[in-house]
Design a binder for this molecule. Structure first.
Ligand code: PLP
Length: 398
């Protein structure tokens, strides 16, 4: 007899299932907009020049591969923290901010969730409706009840500010609120600066615990502007958790590069928190891997490579923006009268296109254009070779 006999088959990840279907599609004009990855204009995942330079240097050094500390590489953590808080932020200088290297943004969320479960066992977690699908899974598996707050308004293709604010105000003190600090996934819809101020005030007044997820820093308005929400929350003088991911911004998806940053009330508190985070990490995977962390750390801490990276990241951001503009124009060129200008206001890699489930299905079946059932398309997978086919196909299914 097997102890696994009663194990049920789990449902497939819908996006991975879509990829498998795409891979077996034999049509030459097929386009995969279901992915969550940045592709260059040739349809390839880029290897950034800054990354390549840092990798060359690492190979030249023939560095041994000993274990890293449990919390990862110190210069990596410092670099990741500076990207969030800026140079010489008071929280960093006073030792109230702490950062640990994690296995991607997912690893940061998971370590943060396990730690919170330890300190706030009875708290509830709320995520945006809709949100990145793994948010729910990570917090539920950590033992939390997960609810949603209103976020996206399908009628306006915009942000439901009043709905979100009212929901936050009604939450019990201590509730953990997961917020997308920029470039909301899956909708591409972000609150305005003024709205963020009111959200932050509400979080503080209601006594909520903000967990900021920033997986697309640099893809909105640039590295500094995209950190403004993090810096706003950092100025509130409350406990804050931040998960950051470099998967997209360094195009290092498989290297699992991320960081978890916590903002504490004092240096002493920060030391105690770090000691507990180390236990969470130690009992999960002991310590993070060396390669990706070293590469990112080298880029962040070498001025010439940092400058090169900033330029390459701007290139990715501008290419996505250009694709948004072209998509909206080409839809008009193909006779679409419905207003798609909201696509221009969205930020980051994704767009909630407003396409219905049926339209998404027709796109796939009739035109080989793959999108997520929710209507989410990855604008970063559009390129000069496929955008015309995509625009024409959308025009046909509308
Ligand atoms: N958070 C959000 C909102 C994301 O979209 C993603 C990746 O798609 C992540 C976190 C996780 O990033 P990583 O691949 O670095 O684990």
């Amino acid at each position: 007899t097997s102890i696994f006999e009663s194990v049920e088959l789990a449902p497939r990840d819908p996006i991975l299932g879509l990829n498998e279907q795409y891979n077996t599609d034999t049509r030459s004009e097929k386009v995969n907009l279901g992915v969550g990855v940045y592709y260059d204009d040739n349809g390839r995942v880029p290897l950034l020049k800054a990354v390549r330079e840092a990798e060359k240097a690492r190979i030249e050094q023939a560095a041994p591969r000993a274990y890293l500390p449990i919390d990862g590489l110190a210069p990596y953590n410092k670099g990741a923290q500076t990207l969030l808080l800026g140079q010489n932020n008071e929280l960093a200088v006073s030792g109230r901010a702490l950062t640990v290297q994690t296995l991607g943004g997912t690893g940061a969320l998971k370590i943060g969730a396990d730690f919170l479960r330890h300190v706030q066992p009875n708290a509830k977690v709320v995520i945006s409706n809709p949100s990145w699908a793994n948010h729910r899974g990570i917090f539920e598996r950590a033992g939390f009840q997960v609810d949603q707050y209103p976020y996206y308004n399908p009628e306006t293709h915009g942000f439901d500010f009043d709905g979100m604010l009212a929901a936050l105000k009604a939450l019990p003190k201590g509730t953990i609120v997961v917020l997308h600090a920029c470039c909301h996934n899956p909708t591409g819809v972000d609150p305005s600066t003024e709205q963020w101020k009111q959200i932050a005030e509400t979080v503080k007044e209601t006594g909520l615990v903000p967990f900021l997820d920033i997986a697309y820093q640099g893809f909105g308005d640039g590295l500094e502007d995209d950190a403004s929400v993090v810096r706003l929350f950092a100025s509130l003088d409350i406990s804050v958790l931040i998960s950051s991911s470099f998967s997209k911004s360094f195009s290092l998806y498989g290297e699992r590069v991320g960081a978890l940053t916590l903002l504490c009330a004092s240096k002493d508190e920060s030391a105690r928190v770090l000691s507990q985070l180390k236990i969470v990490i130690r009992t999960n995977y002991s310590n993070p891997p060396t390669h990706g962390g070293t590469v990112v750390s080298t880029v962040l801490n070498t001025p010439e490579l940092y400058q090169l990276w900033v330029e390459e990241l701007s290139g990715m951001r501008n290419r996505i923006r250009d694709m948004r503009t072209q998509l909206v124009q080409k839809l008009k060129d193909h006779g679409v009268t419905q207003n798609f200008d909201f696509v221009l206001a969205q930020r980051g890699m994704f767009s909630y296109s407003g396409l219905t489930k049926e339209q998404v299905e027709a796109l796939r079946a009739d035109h080989g254009v793959y999108a997520v059932g929710s209507g989410r398309i990855c604008v970063a997978a559009l390129n000069s070779g496929n955008i015309d086919h995509v625009a024409k196909s959308i025009a046909k299914v509308l």
